[in-house]
Design a protein around this ligand. Structure first.
Ligand SMILES: Cc1ncc(COP(=O)(O)O)c(C=O)c1O
Length: 367
């Protein structure tokens, strides 16, 4: 690798694409006369409801709030506190168990946490549940997706027992090409559907919850109770609309690119792709290297090359293996697979050199 200072800043993660410097010009370019005269929030709620084939949709500040509210409503209506989900789903791992602390819900964890939920796992549930939550794709295991028949069987299983079915569709936009069916056909398997306004759409923040009119009206009450009214948060809508127009139609292309990139990376020693091949534009890399050494090498490579790998590197059960998440979107238009593979090869090489050296001199300013 050259010693020249970087002349560009390209990221293999999507986070930098959401920085104001990149987003604001794109937003301003797209602002039409309607955006200046009318509040785009109700317009976008209607559009989302239509796209997802549901009678109504309500915007939330976050998916975290939207999903907890959806599950709470399903639980209150059935008089059952238990809700079933995967042990590594967002609610269980990343929300400080808000479903229990805020809403008094009880988790019925399904499956082993290392693979997708199966119908056989559901059959082992021994307690009544108010709702089954399925996350498509299951992010923490690399963005895996069940086949269509399996999805139909699992959602049918829950409905036959009187439970609601809720979709964590944070990455439904990314999952849809795998099923090759309209969003509304996938959403029809679920009573309530949450989609993200920022992840694949590269928006600022925000979420949409879609479902039957009475459930969504009820969700508005809970949203207000929790201080989550975003009725005037039009700046969240504009980049999400941009994402819907420009990025959603490219999701199949991004998933293909994820597969070609993953093949180039899987050919490197010490690199494992999960799942292999990827099913969506998002996948995980497991590296035969320690978390700390990889974190340091990612920072240094970024400062030197201007090409950024994800900053978040997580440890695994083994001290010699760590994980990071790759998401293909428009930001990768600027680099080819070979360049990214060279970067990861260099990363692995450095972690081997570095593993014995002191890494505490790295400045957080280049993080
Ligand atoms: C699968 C999944 N569900 C839900 C969420 C929560 O979304 P938010 O950040 O809008 O609260 C996330 C966020 O990363 C997620 O990845």
């Amino acid at each position: 690798m050259s010693n020249e200072p970087p002349t560009r800043s390209v990221s293999v993660t999507t986070a930098p694409s959401r920085r104001p410097a990149r987003m604001l010009p794109a937003m301003i370019e797209r602002v039409g006369p309607d955006d200046l005269e009318y509040d785009p929030v109700p317009r976008f709620e209607r559009r989302m409801a239509e796209l997802l084939g549901k009678p109504a949709a309500v915007m939330f500040p976050s998916g975290t709030m939207a999903q907890q509210v959806a599950l709470r409503i399903h639980a209150d209506r059935r008089g059952i506190r238990s809700v079933a989900f995967h042990p590594r789903c967002h609610l269980e791992v990343h929300e400080h168990k808000g479903y229990a602390a805020v809403h008094g819900l009880v988790a019925a964890l399904v499956g082993d946490g290392f693979s997708l939920i199966t119908l056989a796992d559901l059959a082992e549930l021994r307690e009544p549940i108010a709702a089954l939550l399925l996350e498509l794709p299951q992010r923490d295991i690399g963005g895996q997706l069940p086949g269509w028949e399996d999805l139909v069987a699992q959602t049918g299983w829950a409905r036959e027992r009187g439970a609601a079915v809720h979709l964590d569709g944070a990455r439904l936009w990314e999952a849809q090409p795998f099923y090759d069916r309209p969003h509304a056909e996938i959403a029809a398997l679920f009573d309530t559907v949450y989609v993200s306004l920022y992840k694949g759409l590269m928006g600022i923040s925000g979420a949409m919850l879609a479902g039957e009119q009475d459930v969504i009206d009820h969700a508005r009450v809970w949203r207000d109770r929790l201080g989550g009214n975003v009725d005037r948060c039009w700046p969240l809508v504009l980049p999400a609309e941009r994402g819907l127009a420009e990025l959603m139609p490219r999701m199949a292309e991004f998933a293909d690119r994820a597969r070609s990139l993953a093949a180039a990376l899987a050919a490197l020693p010490g690199v494992h792709v999960v799942p292999d091949p990827p099913q969506t534009p998002m996948f995980h890399l497991h590296l035969d290297a320690g978390q700390r050494a990889v974190t340091v090498a990612v920072q240094r490579l970024r400062a030197e090359t201007g090409l950024a790998l994800p900053r978040y590197v997580w440890p695994t059960d083994s001290p010699d293996r760590c994980g990071l998440e790759i998401t293909v979107s428009e930001q990768l238009d600027e680099v080819d697979d070979a360049e990214v593979a060279d970067l990861v090869a260099e990363l692995i090489r450095r972690t081997r050199d570095q593993s014995s050296s002191d890494s505490s001199s790295i400045s957080p300013s280049i993080a």
